[in-house]
Design a binder for this molecule. Structure first.
Ligand code: CA
Length: 235
């Protein structure tokens, strides 16, 4: 598995240089220009690391980082963040670290230095091939059993099928309708509330085993998504 890096930078020249340098390292890069795009991305599937510019068309990278550090989702609180600060703006660097960034680099920077910093952060955040060997959630395709961080889960048949449906679409939102059709079948009498109830009990069982993780994310009005952060797989 390759680490995915979120790059929030509105200057196309800088973004292009950085993306090129990262991709040459074999990292996957998701480039966004707006704070709200970064927000949407991390909530759908947290990356292994985020590189944030400070001044952005619809907001500020520092506030975004500060917001993540106070988030209810532990994956955002612990997401490694590197801030790209403007040249010579000492205040930005101080604020960056105060906002909870793990590192910063002042513009203009050498792509090689950025790559070295990012590599160090990824290593520090326990990203390693061995960590990725134990998936956070694994469901055997026959649908007979599911493992959470290598430990078997004690699930009912429907909970197992529900987890399997979310797991197959990991990182993407599944609507209640899609879950009903896939898990309960097209002709059943179950409704949206049935889905919510089963998600609730499934969540409780996951939490019982791993209180530090909450991999099922509710997207209000849309449905549910299973989010599998590689960086927390072995913890
Ligand atoms: Ca900018």
């Amino acid at each position: 598995m390759t680490p995915r890096i979120l790059l929030l930078e509105d200057d196309p020249a800088i973004a292009g240089t950085v993306a090129f340098a990262f991709e040459r390292e074999g990292w996957r890069v998701e480039q966004v220009l707006l704070v709200r795009e970064a927000e949407r991305s991390v909530r759908t599937a947290p990356p292994a690391l985020a590189v944030l510019d400070v001044g952005l068309p619809d907001g500020n990278g520092l506030s975004l980082c500060r917001q993540w550090r106070a988030d209810g989702d532990v994956r955002l609180r612990t997401l490694p963040v590197l801030m790209l600060t403007a040249q010579g703006e000492e205040i930005d660097r101080v604020l960056g670290l105060e906002a909870g960034a793990d590192d910063y680099l002042a513009k203009p920077f050498s792509p090689r230095e950025l790559v070295a910093r990012v590599r160090a952060l990824l290593r520090r955040s326990a990203w390693s091939p061995s960590a990725a060997d134990v998936p956070l959630i694994d469901v055997d395709e026959a649908g007979q059993r599911a493992l959470l961080a290598g430990q078997p889960l004690d699930l009912t048949r429907l909970e197992l099928r529900l987890l399997q449906a979310l797991w197959r679409a990991a990182g993407r939102i599944k609507s209640r309708e899609a879950l009903l059709a896939e898990v309960w079948g097209p002709d059943c009498e179950a409704n949206d509330r049935t889905v919510d109830t089963h998600v609730k009990t499934l969540r409780a069982k996951l939490r019982e085993q791993r209180p530090d993780l909450d991999p099922i994310v509710t997207h209000r009005g849309l449905g549910y998504a299973l989010v599998l952060p590689p960086a927390t797989a072995s913890r």
